[in-house]
Design a protein around this ligand. Structure first.
Ligand code: ATP
Length: 255
């Protein structure tokens, strides 16, 4: 926690030289009663996950593989707002630390030059209408020089896009600071996403793009807006109808 300017996030830090997933580790730690703000950071993750159990490649020493424990007084249905805010915080932090300008692919990815730079995976432990805790997992490809075969076309790193290497510590500290600010603001606004909408939209590349929505149903659509609740508004290509797409239940291709 040395050098942290945060009040809450990053206390304590659980550091792992190698672990399966930081989200999984922190979930166990949280279940044992650890307080809000604890983070788990790994030098290498051997079984990183994306949504729906998809694998997340986390080569040793090349990125920031981190999870943050939060205990917000929030309904489980509102927790996806934390994914959006984490995306905003990471996007701002990368811009501030590197001068590069990534964009957010709604709801949970950060892209640079059309490739995925950051993945965010929010998981929670809840019962009925009560959220016990939320784990926000963030994977940032910082100095990664190469990815496994199949990923070279879809994944990128700050190094691959700029030819420069960056301090993972500085970026991590900046992410915690920016995320903490947004999180405090969220709690002050009774967990409403509305105060963040303009800032989020400014960084979101999905709006105005053609997207393929993969949910209960698969269809092509034009993304047109984000609602004050953080959902994506699209106009379907097949019937011209407006639809609101909820994060969590869909994947977007394109955008
Ligand atoms: P979708 O792309 O359908 O919206 P998603 O954004 O939710 O899915 P995740 O499930 O969060 O994607 O992430 C897993 C996917 O990310 C993998 O299937 C793989 O394509 C890609 N991936 C895995 N490791 C990395 C990495 N280090 N950097 C960038 N992309 C990665």
């Amino acid at each position: 926690a040395q050098g942290l300017a945060t009040k809450k996030l990053g206390y304590p830090v659980y550091f792992f030289k190698e672990t399966d997933t930081t989200n999984g580790r922190l979930r166990d730690i949280a279940a044992g009663g650890e307080t809000e703000g604890a983070i788990a950071v790994a030098e290498q993750m051997t079984a990183g996950r994306g949504r729906r159990g998809r694998p997340w490649e986390a080569p040793a020493g090349s990125g920031i593989w981190m999870s943050i424990l939060l205990r917000p007084n929030i309904f489980p249905s509102q927790a996806s707002v934390l994914t959006l805010l984490a995306g905003l915080a990471v996007c701002q932090s990368i811009e501030e630390e590197t001068g590069l300008t990534p964009s957010i692919k709604w709801p949970n990815d950060i892209m640079l030059n059309g490739k995925k730079l950051v993945g965010i995976l929010t998981e929670m432990e809840c019962e009925m209408q009560q959220t016990h805790f939320v784990i926000v997992g963030i994977g940032i490809n910082v100095n990664t020089t190469e990815f496994p075969e199949g990923l070279m076309d879809v994944a990128t790193s700050l190094y691959l896009e700029s030819g420069r290497t960056f301090s993972r510590k500085n970026i991590l500290q900046r992410v915690l600071l920016n995320f903490e600010k947004l999180y405090m603001e969220l709690l002050d606004s009774h967990c409403s996403f509305a105060p963040f909408l303009d800032r989020y939209k400014e960084k979101c590349s999905t709006i105005h793009q053609e997207v393929k929505v993969l949910g209960k149903e698969t269809f092509f659509a034009q993304a047109v807006d984000i609602t004050p609740e953080g959902e994506l508004v699209v106009i379907r290509k097949d019937n011209g109808k407006k639809e609101v797409v909820f994060s969590g239940e869909v994947s977007i291709r394109g955008g």
